[in-house]
Design a protein around this ligand. Structure first.
Ligand code: GLN
Length: 309
């Protein structure tokens, strides 16, 4: 299917540009505050056209919570579906991504899903590796395979900044360690988690990762299997139900395609069997989602009638 052209993407970026004036760049991780709020970019990867892009596509940014879909896939491959979901649930929360509230009210304690911080920390704990470097090495390998870009690495300034300021995530970990949900040393786990969040990519990388998921876990060029199909489906379902945190319902109505956002301002989205999409714009709404990024996806989805429903 011929979906779009770079000229059309340029027009879409222009239409969404005024929304970069809204919202606020994340500052609770000090290094993220340095992002340029005016940047806006989109990349679309399809088998027919390869990668088309518009806007500030040269900009790099860190994955932040977008990494949660990749670590979920890896943890299921490593520890098995049953074991992973014995420690983390499958339900949306309606709470902010970093909330601790439901951990205590759930009996026995268990994070509601792998897209909130508590759930993602449990998931990273289950990835094979004796050290944080071993875990992160395996996460990077998966990202290299999905993007076909082995130059992708970690932004250590962002990783260190988050590690130093991750008081809430530390609290979540120690709470869950007490409840037997975390096996490894908490500081080792936090080091792995902050590094996975600090993997540095651009929109084209996001679009290609989206395309692998859209292509049922296979490389779009070689058809090599990177992620088993059933795991790619689990990941895409979580993107729909929990990918935009406690704004996932509204996003599912307005944009109507799977997506996962991160507080750096990136959003990875896709249309099953058709395309992967990456967008980037740093200013966020109060729930931690990129305002102009969502607008851009909304306009793109409605222009090409991409709704999966
Ligand atoms: N690294 C961030 C954190 O744990 C990721 C959060 C996000 O992108 N929503 O706070």
């Amino acid at each position: 299917m011929k979906c779009t052209t770079e000229q059309e993407l340029v027009k879409l970026v222009k239409r969404s540009k005024p929304f970069t004036k809204d919202g606020k760049v994340a500052d609770y991780i000090p290094a993220l505050e340095k992002a340029d709020p005016d940047k806006l970019a989109i990349a679309v990867y399809s088998k027919e056209d390869g990668c088309l892009s518009a806007g500030d596509v040269g900009e790099t940014f860190t994955l932040q919570s977008i990494s949660k879909i990749l670590t979920l896939a890896l943890a299921i491959m490593d520890a098995g579906e049953d074991h992973v979901f014995s420690r983390v649930g499958k339900e949306p929360t309606g709470d902010p991504f970093n909330s601790i509230a439901k951990l205590e009210s759930q009996v026995p304690s268990k994070p509601l899903n792998p897209m909130i911080n508590a759930g993602a920390l449990v998931v990273t704990d289950l990835i094979h590796g004796e050290t944080s470097d071993e875990k992160v090495g395996r996460i990077l390998q998966l990202i290299h395979d999905m993007t076909n870009n082995s130059s992708i690495g970690i932004n250590y300034e962002v990783a260190d900044s988050e590690f130093e300021s991750a008081h809430l995530n530390r609290a979540l970990c120690y709470f869950m360690k007490q409840h037997g949900l975390i096996d490894n040393d908490v500081e080792m786990l936090l080091e792995a988690y902050t590094k996975q969040c600090s993997v540095e990519v651009n929109c084209k990388d996001l679009a290609r990762i989206g395309m692998v998921l859209a292509n049922e876990g296979r490389d779009p060029e070689t058809e090599r299997k990177i992620i088993p199909r059933y795991i790619a489906r689990i990941v895409k379902t979580f993107m729909v139900t929990c990918g935009m945190y406690n704004a996932s319902g509204e996003f599912a109505i307005n944009v109507a395609i799977p997506a996962k956002s991160g507080v750096s301002g990136g959003i990875l989205s896709l249309v099953p069997n058709q395309m992967g999409i990456g967008v980037y714009s740093p200013p966020l709404d109060p729930k931690g989602n990129s305002i102009a990024g969502i607008k851009l996806l909304e306009n793109f989805s409605s222009q090409y009638e991409l709704s999966i429903f």
